[in-house]
Ligand binder design. Structure first.
Ligand SMILES: Cc1ncc(COP(=O)(O)O)c(C=O)c1O
Length: 311
């Protein structure tokens, strides 16, 4: 059951800094189009995942699922691990993160920096390997608490009742479209439902790497947009009110991310560039001035060792 976050139940320390992020109108020339970008990289650990970490930890505390000897255990491509490690440090919980060896070394440093334990597994079958390992560990030791970001409904509910409401209050007039990639699908499903409730005509567009366009019926392949499209359709995405897909190649994503760095001063990660590229292409199909919203998911500092900074 979703319980709204209020200043009184989120008032402890760093939790109060999560959410309420600004929206920036990004004007693209020579296209003459504007994309409204929700600045989720301004959350305290630097990504949109602080929202789900706060929501799941608060819910678990209220339901008595987290005790002083609990260990928060999650499989993640990095950002959720960083968020859980940050909140675990602030709330006094041990945190163990399972992450593919292919995740950037900066993410590993951040997780360890917050004092969490990191278990790296071989990339092989991606997330599914890590999810299996976490289930086996939890079956052997009752101290483990599994946030289960891929299936926990709070992941989407928080975006539906918080992020979407923030967005609707921040942009002028009706929202014509919302475009975003998916990792767990929480962002797309939650914000999609929240915006549709307020603006039934709002088109919800799933951005996919052109190299791994699963929703378009194609086979997953390697791409360079970290944090999204892990090679399977996540359970939360099944309830997302998706009206269409938009493919963005890794090359286009990197190019747009560099534009965000150099033309807008926004030091964000590759999935943010991919989201903006998708949103910009959606604006071209709509009337001039139509309001199209997307997400700037995380900060660029966690990508220094990746392809993003090799050109
Ligand atoms: C960098 C980045 N962008 C986008 C997403 C997608 O968010 P969601 O899991 O809500 O689909 C993630 C998820 O891990 C991410 O790490």
């Amino acid at each position: 059951m979703y319980k709204p976050i209020s200043p009184t139940n989120a008032d402890s320390g760093i939790m109060a800094l999560v959410g309420d992020t600004p929206i920036l109108p990004l004007r693209f020339e020579p296209e003459g189009r504007t994309v409204h970008a929700k600045c989720e990289f301004l959350n305290p650990s630097g990504s949109i995942k602080d929202r789900l970490a706060r929501s799941i930890i608060m819910d678990a505390e209220e339901r008595g699922l987290l005790r002083s000897d609990s260990i928060i255990l999650e499989c993640t491509s990095g950002n959720t691990g960083i968020s859980l490690a940050m909140l675990g440090a602030a709330r006094g919980y041990r945190v163990t993160i399972l992450m593919s060896r292919s995740a950037s070394v900066e993410r590993q440093h951040l997780i360890r920096g917050f004092g969490a334990e990191l278990i790296l597994f071989e990339p092989g079958r991606g997330y599914e390997t890590g999810i299996e390992i976490s289930r086996e560990m939890a079956a052997r030791d009752p101290r483990y608490f599994l946030p289960r970001q891929f299936e926990n409904p709070l992941n989407a509910l928080d975006h539906e009742h918080e992020t979407a409401v923030e967005i609707a209050g921040q942009v002028p007039g009706p929202i014509a479209a919302f475009a975003s990639g998916y990792g767990t699908g929480g962002t797309l499903a939650g914000i999609g439902k929240g915006l549709k409730r307020r603006y039934p005509d709002c088109k919800i567009i799933a951005m996919e790497p052109a190299e791994a366009a699963l929703l378009c019926g194609e086979m997953p392949c390697c791409h360079s947009i970290e944090g999204i499209s892990g090679g399977f359709i996540p359970p939360l995405l099944q309830s997302a009110p998706i009206d269409g897909e938009r493919k963005v190649s890794s090359h286009q994503a990197l190019e747009m991310t560099h534009r965000l760095h150099r033309e807008f001063g926004l030091m964000v990660g590759t999935s943010s560039g991919a989201n903006v590229a998708a949103a910009l292409s959606v604006t071209r199909e709509l009337a001039a001035g139509a309001c199209v919203v997307t997400i700037l998911c995380d900060r660029a500092e966690r990508y220094f060792s990746t392809r993003l900074f090799q050109s």
